[in-house]
Design a binder for this molecule. Structure first.
Ligand code: B12
Ligand code: SF4
Length: 494
């Protein structure tokens, strides 16, 4: 007779104060870390995923419940953990917040796993089974050959639009505001291309997000490696439209761009952050300082020539920023050639140099932890700058966002993308991306009453402009054509 399986619930908790990306299924991404935990869990355990991007987590019987959490989701994880602990279920938490705020997490959760989990998770499970589980395990950095394939069947229950994959870990740049170097180390650890291609062949959604922070690393042989990856995707007929994240060096080599485009690259996020050397110095964004801000437009033009659109990741609220600087950055977003805009408010993430410096200077306004972590989602100011209070920064960002994401502007940007890239998919994708970012940054204004903003980013009760009315029929045709195509591509997915 077979032994009864133990039950592991894996939970992706979502900040209910601001839903962010989770406020719509089209921007709800599968939590990759939990897919790795599932892959490391032995067969005598049944694993179930609960993703709060799709459903609120309520109590379910289980032997163990494991949470992953970004900082902004940590208070929600603690709330859910309290519910499970009360019913006698053992709670575990890992991920970026558990790695940066380990002592805090230990106070709320039975077992904390800091760092990467591959080397310690089997031990956690064994210790639990033997009744001697500890309150803290430190995973550290995983050797690249010990990273398993993500166990993708746990995602079947939800309608994720994208497959996600990670190709390398680590970043040597150590920017002031970013936790990647602290979490994943300063060395690039690159998975063998053939292994990555094998894993890609196990995915079946038509859209792909390669989550690496630097798609083309800055190390020796990085361009050749990227070309091999993209060529491999073409040879193995992976046949996906994909989106990835890169630094300005992505545009250096035309052959990289050529094969990226051929393998389905449609949109690339570039960590631009700011358009002036002063602001880049504030953020210690060395790579961009080295390239020089004059390189931006050249790089963007080169990328466009290959039919790929650019998602500019911009930060507002650097230490030296004044109100005027924020509006200048807004103008840059409109006129530099970037197609889609990720516009974040500078936020001191725990564990970063920025966090420790501002905390020691007493400059963090929202600092009642863990309660205040819920504000650390990059759309709410938790600090001011040397020229603006936190409230002024927040108010100015609201004005900036209104101008950037208003429907007329994002529609104009879409037509410009079509003109520059001559790529229908890219234009369609940037429109969706800008629309989604608008919906995320203005989430607190969305509603159904007159005077609220609807999910179409139009004010309820106000007349539509001529421009919108005139361009609506064009878009309707766009959508009609595109919809049929997407349905085709989605056929056969989980
Ligand atoms: C992919 C990604 C996203 C995706 C999210 C996909 C998803 N559903 O997870 C998207 C694009 C939506 C996103 C958005 C944002 N992101 Co992001 N993102 C990443 C990125 C690039 C990769 C994460 C990843 O999938 N890694 C691969 C997996 C395998 O690694 P992992 O999750 O760390 O898991 C390992 C361990 O942590 C551990 N582990 C994880 N969970 C668990 C659970 C248990 C029980 C255990 C035992 C272990 C464990 O084991 C795993 C294997 O070793 C990271 C940077 C990075 N390199 O980590 C930033 C990062 C996580 N993002 C970050 C930020 C700030 C954001 C944004 C706020 C950015 C913005 N400007 O708006 C938004 C907000 C998200 C939101 N709350 O709405 C920060 C988070 C810092 C923090 N302290 O919270 C990071 C670290 C980048 C940075 N600049 O510092 N992001
Ligand atoms: S912002 Fe980009 S370049 Fe800078 S440390 Fe983070 S991942 Fe590296």
């Amino acid at each position: 007779m077979s032994e009864k399986k133990r039950k592991l619930l894996l939970v992706n908790p979502i900040n209910q104060h601001r839903l962010g990306f989770s406020n719509d299924p089209s921007t709800s991404y599968m939590p990759l870390g939990l897919g790795i935990i599932a892959a490391l869990t032995p067969d005598n355990w049944e694993v179930e995923l609960i993703d709060e991007s799709f459903e609120l987590c309520t109590y379910k019987p289980a032997d163990m419940v494991g949470f992953t959490a970004f900082t902004a989701n940590a208070p929600r994880a603690y709330e859910l953990a309290a519910m499970f602990r009360e019913k006698g279920v053992h709670t575990v938490m890992g991920g970026i917040h558990a790695s940066m705020m380990t002592d805090e997490v230990v106070e709320h959760i039975d077992t904390t796993v800091s760092g990467e989990a591959e080397l310690v998770w089997p031990q956690v499970i064994r210790d639990f089974e033997e009744g001697k589980i500890k309150s803290l395990y430190r995973g550290g950095i995983t050797p690249i050959d010990k990273i398993p394939f993500v166990r993708r069947e746990i995602y079947k229950k939800y309608p994720y639009v994208y497959d996600l994959i990670q190709i390398s870990r680590g970043c040597p740049m150590g920017c002031d505001f970013c936790s990647v170097t602290k979490m994943c180390g300063a060395h690039y650890r690159e998975r063998p291309i053939e292994t990555v291609l094998d894993e890609l062949q196990q995915t079946n959604r038509p859209l792909l997000f390669i989550v690496d922070d630097h798609l083309v690393n800055t190390g020796k042989g990085a361009e050749e490696r990227a070309i091999n990856l993209f060529k491999g995707m073409v040879d193995r007929k992976i046949n996906k439209l994909w989106f990835g994240q890169a630094a300005m060096n992505f545009a250096d080599n035309d052959e990289v761009l050529h094969w990226a485009a051929k393998s389905g690259c449609t949109l690339i996020l570039l960590g631009i952050e700011a358009e002036t050397p002063a602001a880049l110095k504030d953020a210690k964004k060395r790579l961009n300082l080295r390239k020089g801000v004059d390189y931006y437009q050249k790089a963007i033009r080169k990328i466009h020539k290959h039919g790929i659109a650019v998602l500019g990741a911009m930060i507002f609220g650097m230490e030296s920023d004044s109100r005027e600087d924020l509006f200048n950055r807004m103008e840059f977003c409109k006129h530099s050639g970037i197609d889609a805009m990720q516009t974040s408010i500078m936020t001191p993430l725990p564990g970063t140099d920025l966090f420790f410096r501002l905390r020691d200077q007493g400059k963090i306004v929202k600092a009642d932890y863990p309660k205040d972590w819920k504000h650390y989602h990059f759309k709410e100011a938790v600090i001011g700058t040397s020229h603006m209070t936190r409230e002024e920064l927040q108010q100015t960002m609201r004005e900036v966002w209104m101008q950037l994401y208003k429907k007329e502007n994002i529609r104009k940007m879409m037509f410009r993308t079509l003109w520059r890239t001559r790529n229908f998919n890219a234009a369609y994708w940037v429109y969706g991306t800008n629309h989604n970012y608008g919906r995320i940054v203005l989430e607190d204004l969305l509603g159904e009453k007159p005077g609220d903003l609807n999910r179409n980013l139009e004010w309820i009760g106000k007349k539509r402009s001529w421009y919108i009315r005139l361009t609506n029929p064009v878009l309707t045709v766009f959508y009609a054509l595109k919809w049929k195509y997407m349905v085709e591509r989605f056929r056969g997915r989980y």
